[in-house]
Design a protein around this ligand. Structure first.
Ligand code: BES
Ligand code: ZN
Length: 630
């Protein structure tokens, strides 16, 4: 046969298979998702055909373009496939796929499925026999949900900034991947950015800029896709100890280093509790204020909001939290987002133990008491909204955005479940159990049922009556707060309960009464105020005597502003406006916008502020606010 005919024939077959893929695609992969789920192999929030193929290593080669607000380049996946597997399905969202080919250059047929608002699109790649490496050439959208592109005026300096936020299922908006927490892979990356900027990832990181703007990364420990992370900006590094340090914009660096002075101590304490830190270096990157979360446990490089820089170290439990994820979450990982409490509940418990070790029992009790209050509010709110099932630890988030599982139930009910086990079996036994749990299950996914089985086998079965007293099933598969939760008691906060008794009857609060108050005393006091009894005179008194509106601690400000909005205390409104525009952390924004939206006038004002603020918010935040203001 004439070679031209062969080429022609090949092309015809290729085009035809592409046609077939396009025509049978979207329904087929919806079915695929369902079959996977039934077989227990898939993930409810991923299109990936995980029962057939696992993408075990990624090589990224991406160029960062601040003009077009895009990343473009290639992602090469190394595959572990079953003999019968003939396609690879990856998750994508708003990606433009240019080409897919084998590492020898042979093109592969591919197609994109129907668009789902939250889950994105399945990218289906026809796999040639024996293909082990698949290269995807693509460009991200300027609207990529994971990425925030900041103009210089949105940073502390004079350069643009880019950062990613992949959890829960946003990694697919910047890397085509099996976007399921139960899948782990190693990666390497080459990132090309403007030469005056530094690129950092959830990997081994450079300590300073070079003048080529090209940075190479390696992550040799397997991670899940939600832990893929990238930041690019004018960043500098300063060490805080043996294996820890801080990255920040130059203007923020020293302040951050001062605030995080106990970081190395936290790492040492964590290791003493539950075994060696497995990731080598632990650094924190302080981001511009638009970062939508408090912190994100990207391996080797926690991303953190600057709103924890209170100047007095009073908000550093957040660092203990993100550090603790290096065990709970990053080593032993929730298998699906239905098991999210395994990540967060364990982490809050672990965080609490680190804080206790470093700052003492009384301090830890204050944090735990505040957490308990938050849990009560959350459960009340969910019950009122008819979402009783969302007060279970094990969630059913199928067909829902996993973001809906991000409540204090996972965090605080999860923590109190572990505290309940501890109180029945004793701290010693529980600590040994947890250490073994992290060691034996390192780098593995864990489902809720896996955990319950492990708990029985390694702890409860050996202790008579433990199962009956602890009632793990009631905690995990039942609503609300079980009655066997241990009592939380903080002497410091009990004193405030007494003050609140008189204050809530119209009383005063004197400078003497608050002279040794820290951030946590204030938070407890503000949360204990009965709004229906709070007079205008008392509001003014609090503000004048204690400078609340002009305060600088973001946590206290947020609680004070909630009250100010409920009481329509207009003196605070210019400061509220400034706060809403200057800070992008969703945890602060949603309660304020929600309260504003309760009245017509408030809502109109909130909309006006939002128009100004939105360009500075990450998608995670502005999408939540849009829902509130709709
Ligand atoms: N992993 C979470 C953040 C997260 C969860 C992002 C789910 C997206 C989806 C992180 O560890 C976290 O919990 N951050 C908290 C702070 C913490 C001290 C409770 C936050 O951002 O407020
Ligand atoms: Zn967390």
């Amino acid at each position: 046969m004439n070679p031209n005919t062969i080429v022609g024939l090949k092309r015809t077959i290729w085009v035809f298979s592409l046609f077939l893929l396009f025509t049978c695609n979207s329904k087929e992969y919806k079915n695929n998702m369902d079959t996977n789920k039934r077989a227990g192999l898939g993930d409810p929030h991923s299109f990936a055909n995980l029962d057939e193929v696992i993408a075990g290593h990624a090589s990224l080669d991406l160029k960062v373009d601040f003009n077009t607000k895009t990343l473009s380049g290639t992602c090469t996946w190394t595959l572990n496939r079953r003999a019968t597997c003939d396609s690879l399905v990856l998750d994508t969202r708003d990606l433009t796929i240019h080409n897919v080919y084998q590492d020898d250059g042979t093109p592969c047929a591919f197609s994109l499925g129907a668009k789902h608002e939250t889950f994105g699109q399945a990218l289906t790649i026809k796999l040639p026999k024996n293909a082990k490496k698949i290269v995807i050439s693509y460009t991200t959208s300027p609207e990529a949900a994971a990425l925030q592109w900041l103009d210089p005026q949105q940073t502390a300096g004079e350069d643009p900034f880019l950062f990613s936020q992949s959890q829960a299922i946003l990694a697919r908006s910047w890397v085509p991947c099996q976007d399921a927490p139960g899948v782990k892979f190693t990666y390497d990356a080459k990132i090309t950015c403007p030469p005056n900027l530094l690129a950092l990832m959830s990997a081994e990181n450079p300590k300073e800029k070079n003048n080529s703007g090209v940075y190479n990364f390696k992550m040799e420990q397997a991670i899940s896709s939600y832990l893929l992370a990238l930041a690019v900006g004018n960043l500098e590094f300063k060490s805080t100890g043996r294996n820890s340090g801080v990255y920040a914009e130059p203007a923020m660096l020293q302040k951050s280093v001062n605030e995080f002075e106990d970081m190395q101590h936290m790492i040492d304490s964590a290791e003493a509790l539950y075994g060696p830190y497995k990731w080598g270096q632990y650094d924190v990157l302080v981001l511009p204020p638009s970062f939508p979360f408090g912190g994100m446990e990207n391996p080797r490089l926690t991303f953190a909001t600057p709103t924890i820089l209170a100047g007095d170290k009073s908000l550093v439990s957040l660092i203990a939290h993100e550090l603790a994820h290096s065990w709970s979450g990053n080593l032993v990982t929730n298998k699906t987002w239905n098991d999210f409490w395994l990540n967060e509940g364990f982490t809050v418990y672990f965080e609490q133990r680190i804080m206790e070790k470093i700052y003492g029992t009384e301090y830890e009790r204050m944090l735990t008491t505040l957490g308990f209050g938050e849990l009560q509010n959350t459960i009340q709110r969910l019950n009122k909204a008819g979402k009783r099932k969302d007060t279970h630890l094990y969630l059913n988030l199928e067909n829902r955005d996993p973001d809906e599982g991000l409540t204090d139930v996972a965090y605080e009910k999860g923590r109190f479940f572990l505290q309940t086990i501890e109180s029945f079996v004793g701290r010693n036994k529980f600590d040994n159990f947890l250490k073994q749990y992290f060691t034996e299950n390192a780098f593995k996914p864990m489902s809720t049922q896996d955990f319950l089985d492990y708990l029985d086998k390694h702890l409860l079965d050996t202790l008579s009556g433990a199962e009956d007293s602890i009632k793990p099933h009631m905690w995990v598969y039942g609503p609300g707060i079980p009655g066997n939760i241990p009592k939380v008691k903080s002497h410091a906060l009990d004193k405030i309960d007494n003050l609140l008794l008189t204050f809530n009857k119209g009383g005063n609060l004197t400078k003497k009464e608050i002279q040794d108050w820290t951030t946590h005393h204030w938070l407890y006091f503000l949360r204990g105020i009965e709004l229906e009894n709070l007079s205008n005179k008392q509001m003014k008194m609090l503000d004048t005597n204690f400078q609340l509106t002009n305060g600088s601690n973001a946590e206290i400000l947020c609680d004070w502003f909630k009250i100010a909005i409920e009481k329509e205390y207009k003196t605070a409104y210019p400061a509220i406006r400034k706060f809403l525009i200057g800070v992008g952390r969703r945890k602060f924004l949603t309660p304020l916008y929600e309260r504003l939206a309760q009245t017509e006038e408030g809502k109109a004002w909130a909309k006006e502020v939002f128009i100004e603020a939105k360009p500075g918010y990450h998608a995670v935040s502005y999408q939540s606010i849009e829902e509130i203001l709709e």
